[in-house]
Design a protein around this ligand. Sequence first.
Ligand SMILES: Nc1ncnc2c1ncn2[C@@H]1O[C@H](COP(=O)(O)OP(=O)(O)OP(=O)(O)O)[C@@H](O)[C@H]1O
Ligand SMILES: [Mg+2]
Length: 233
Amino acid sequence: MSEIVLRYEAVSKEYLLGETVINALSDVSLAVNHGEFSALVGPSGSGKSTLLHLGAGLDRPTGGRVHLLGKRLHDVGEKGMARVRNREVGFIFQTFNLIPVLNVRENVEYPSLLYPEVKKNRARVMELLEKVGIADQADKRPHMLSGGQRQRVAIARALINDPNVVFADEPTANLDHRTGDSIMRLLEELNRSFGTTFLYSTHDEKIMARAKRIISLEDGKIVSDTAGPESRP
Ligand SMILES: Nc1ncnc2c1ncn2[C@@H]1O[C@H](COP(=O)(O)OP(=O)(O)OP(=O)(O)O)[C@@H](O)[C@H]1O
Ligand SMILES: [Mg+2]
């Protein structure tokens, strides 16, 4: 039986917009297994980003629970949440979110410097940069790179602390089709070689079809959860 790494249990998220309550997620339950490569799809505003943010400890639910490796995620206080974000999960953003004043190597190394027990590990950084195909750009700052190269750096950064789950919020949305395709091939390769669990959101049918499992959201609820074409014989 597969090991569950991430579990949402009756999770709700409400936002208050003036007097109006927005139910971004309503009573969502979902279990993600170790090594999964899954897509989260649904119309704009259906709650995809909210679901990813809650799983990664970037935000707190207003109802229900999120468990990461069996531990209740939002019980750990602010410091504990920061640790989860930094050490236990990785997050890849649509807009890359690199630090402009740091070079490629430093951007990837940065999350591993925040905790004293993690030794500065230049060899590990370079190994990851090799793996994502960007080692020759290690000394450049992000503004000198293309979108696809920036996303490769962001992927290496997301992996630096050996996370249990990597969340990716529309990782190819700011890239042209060919570059987006190469980024997906890279994520698939990382999923295969490191066994990293990936949960990514997308609006793109082709990107969606690469997943082994497709979870659809509508109005903050899961409306379908099926095997992707990739996992069919
Ligand atoms: N910080 C916030 N404050 C108020 N409402 C918010 C906030 N973040 C999200 N929402 C609302 O919550 C709902 C879900 O938003 P979310 O960003 O999760 O959707 P999404 O599926 O990621 O959409 P998209 O495909 O456009 O990225 C939407 O109605 C959105 O307007
Ligand atoms: Mg979104």
